[in-house]
Design a protein around this ligand. Sequence first.
Ligand SMILES: *Cc1c(COP(=O)(O)O)cnc(C)c1O
Length: 255
Amino acid sequence: IEQVNLYADHGATALREDLAASLGVDVEQVTVGAGSAGILQQLLLAYCERGDEVAMCWPSFEAYPVFAMLVEAEQIRVPLHDETFDLPALAVAITPHTKVAFVTNPNNPTGTVVGTDEIVEFLDRVPSTCLVVLDEAYTEFVTDSRVTDSTLLLADHPNLVITRTFSKAHGLAALRVGYAVGHPDVIAMIDRTLVPFAVNDLAQRAAAASLAALDEMSVRVADVVAERGRVAAAFRSAGWSTPDPQGNFVWLPVT
Ligand SMILES: *Cc1c(COP(=O)(O)O)cnc(C)c1O
């Protein structure tokens, strides 16, 4: 980085182009924000008004309730089933007032995944008035073969938006860069709520550099995946049960 006296590119044009090329989507289908948590907050600001509903399974990512409260939306919390998102039950809980439904894959804090086929069935049941936010903060760590490339679902489901981040597998959490992939109209809605210059220049450059080093990232991810398996196996042989971990952490229920 050479100059901090100049403003960053608010639209993060170069990074968006790199992401679109890497993901195989149009540049209008991608945007970046101050972490994917920043994008989740933007989504609720853009889509929800007081009294609207936001649906999720629970326990899940602790930021969802914070953002729901910010926009004074009602929270619909559907219990996990076997520590895993219960998509059939979540679909039933969605009403005409539900503006956003979160699907966290892998889930935080349990580390469990749902298969892509289940997500397709869920999308087929969700009304088009509800935006489905597929939070894939840990997607790079998934080894379960039931999970396939979710960006392929976008063509048939304009109410699906996928959020990902440079914070976890890319190791850039402190720099605050996340991205969303979705229909151009949804992406435009997210962009309307971005705080001016929220993704700073260093963050944009670091994210682009990390995207250009996916081979190196894969090596680090493989190390984490191996360690995750070792830890989960040690827990199980010590008599503790842990669901199959698919993120960069292992969930140990102690109650
Ligand atoms: C870490 C995390 C995020 C957000 O991370 P950012 O640093 O804001 O990109 C989003 N969702 C889940 C489930 C997470 O665990």
